[in-house]
Design a protein around this ligand. Structure first.
Ligand SMILES: [Cu+2]
Length: 106
């Protein structure tokens, strides 16, 4: 039985270590704008998108490597997106076409 416990333990420690090394950045949506126009992160990092507006946003990217979609994000909600691949491109809002920021994952 003990021979099965060790690999599970090693896997658990590795998972926790990976998580601890990942950095987290926050992008706030306020006044129909992102809090930054440009952001560069490392592969494996997490970006928290927070809706500080009194209305709904739908943040997404269709750029290679960084594609995601938050879908409908209500006022006050936060969503974590982990970027596991390299890529660069635009993050936008499907509801407010003027909302744009550049994101690079390297
Ligand atoms: Cu929006």
């Amino acid at each position: 039985m003990h021979r099965y416990v060790l690999p599970v333990l090693v896997a658990a420690v590795a998972a926790v270590s990976t998580y601890a090394l990942a950095a987290s950045s926050t992008v706030v949506q306020s006044d129909k704008k992102f809090s930054t126009t440009e952001m560069t992160i490392s592969k494996g990092d997490v970006v928290v998108f927070k809706n500080d507006d009194p209305f709904t946003h739908n943040v997404y990217s269709q750029s290679p490597g960084i594609a995601f979609e938050l879908k409908v994000q209500k006022p006050g909600e936060s969503s974590d997106i982990k970027f596991d691949r390299e890529g660069t491109g635009e993050v936008r809002c499907a509801i407010h076409p003027q909302m744009k920021m550049k994101l690079t994952v390297k």
